[in-house]
Design a protein around this ligand. Structure first.
Ligand code: UD1
Length: 418
């Protein structure tokens, strides 16, 4: 089992180039099977989740070529509309293939997806939306067999919660629908707009992505296209936290400032100086971070749940008491016991509120990553801590951050993979 060993206390200073967004690349790769022909996707990060998505595409009969950060998918001869359980279990995003396969073949067979254990993560919203579009779904021995004998019908879907995955699945399934599909209370995350931008380049007619009401005219003729994935706003916030935790200064180049506004505001409240010059976002840490009185995770454009653990690691050594409320997932504080092993003073109330009493310094310890962003948070904490931290189970980190140790070494961190 690979581990990260970090000798903390080094002030990070320098520049890194931001990777493409994992959460954008995954649904866009799934979408390449919904459209026929060749799609060229640039700025795909090199991550284990991306490899898992490519394996699913190959399984459906697509031909894949990977040239660095560019992935070429030829879906002309795709023929298989079922995905085996082993592939589905690799990650949560595998469920997005359901909408893509339905759009392409009108039938699909999948099993419930895997992914980080950060909550119940049901797919009821995905399935009820598909049912209202005329998809018949039978759930036998955990296999979801989906077909639309009368064809997929456009309709009005009001999501009770703006689920990112459900919005993506509906957008994909509605590509082949008869008539118009309207999604209200849709997720507004930048990754939704990126998916719509790719699909519109392929010939789809999607309006309103990035806003609460999305309209999709079905049955447009779709052909593969060329697209560049947006920058990863969550990884950007991870590097901002690395600067903040070590009293350093880090420039992240290739960011989209607008996507980062909710995170920037939290870093500024904590006393960081954030500036933006020539496409670079520069985070300069204060002598000591200030507390954030109250921080709540919310759907976009609120503060992202994916940055919660990272910011908590930073606030563990801030001056004063910070209160963080997790509003999206029920079980997203699994990094807390590990931060406590490093000397953090954090208590959880009502399962979703973390009260973080800032301590002067964290101390190195042996800790274990329990999920993707929680694992990155331990690396952030370790960079600012005294002595050596050993992080176990780093395959979680590898699912989201490309070449973390190379980037951090470049900034002056003492970090190695053993
Ligand atoms: C996506 C992101 C993930 C991010 C999350 C919220 C990807 C690959 N993953 O996950 O990094 O943390 O958005 O921004 O893009 N829910 C239901 N029923 C459903 C669907 C969701 O109850 O059918 C609940 C979930 O359990 C969770 C909340 O809604 O509590 C948000 O989930 P959702 O927005 O769907 O997140 P994902 O698409 O899984």
């Amino acid at each position: 089992m690979k581990k990260l060993v970090i000798n903390g206390g080094k002030v990070l200073d320098g520049k890194i180039i931001l990777q493409g967004s994992k959460n954008s690349a995954l649904p866009i790769l799934a979408a390449t099977v919904a459209v026929s022909g060749i799609s060229v996707i640039h700025n795909c990060p090199m991550l284990t989740d991306i490899s898992a998505a490519l394996k699913i595409l190959e399984h459906t009969g697509c031909k894949i070529k990977r040239e660095g950060h560019t992935v070429i998918v030829d879906s002309t001869s795709a023929y298989r509309c079922s995905i085996p359980e082993k592939m589905m279990r690799e990650m949560r995003s595998s469920i997005i293939f359901l909408g893509a396969l339905l759009a392409r073949f009108g039938v699909a067979q999948v099993t419930p997806p895997g992914g980080c254990e950060i909550g119940l993560r049901p797919i009821d919203l995905h399935l009820s939306a598909l049912r209202s579009m005329g998809v018949e779904i039978s759930d036998c021995a955990c296999v979801l067999a989906c077909k639309a004998p009368q064809g997929i019908k456009g309709c009005h879907i009001n999501l009770v919660f703006p689920s990112v995955g459900a919005t993506e699945n509906i957008m994909l399934a509605s590509l082949s629908a008869h008539g118009e599909t309207v999604i209200s209370n849709a997720a507004r995350e930048p990754e939704i707009k990126d998916l719509a931008d790719f699909l519109n380049k392929c010939g789809a007619e999607i309006k309103g992505a990035g806003q609460s009401v999305i309209r999709i005219k079905g049955s447009a003729k779709l052909k593969g296209s060329e697209h560049t994935i947006i920058p990863d706003r969550i990884v950007a916030s991870t590097y901002m936290a690395c600067a903040a935790c070590t009293g350093g200064k880090v420039a992240v180049s290739g960011v989209c400032k607008e996507h980062l506004l909710p995170a920037i505001s939290a870093f500024e409240t904590a006393g960081c100086n954030i500036s933006f010059k020539n496409g670079e976002l520069i985070t300069k840490a204060p002598k000591r971070l200030s507390r954030i009185k109250s921080l709540r995770t919310m759907p976009y454009p609120g503060f992202p749940t994916d940055s919660q653990a990272i910011v908590m690691a930073m606030l563990a050594t801030a001056d004063g008491t910070s209160i963080i409320t997790e509003k999206i997932f029920e079980n997203r504080f699994r990094h807390v016991p590990e931060l406590i092993k490093m000397g953090a003073d954090i208590r959880i109330e009502d399962g979703c509120v973390a009260i973080v009493e800032g301590v002067r310094r964290l101390k190195g310890a042996c800790v274990s990553a329990s999920d993707l962003r929680g694992g990155s948070a331990l690396a952030v904490a370790a960079l600012g801590a005294e002595d050596e931290t050993v992080i176990d189970n780093i395959y979680h980190i590898d699912r989201g951050c490309e070449a973390l140790e190379q980037s951090l070494s470049q900034l002056g961190a003492e970090i190695k993979r053993v």
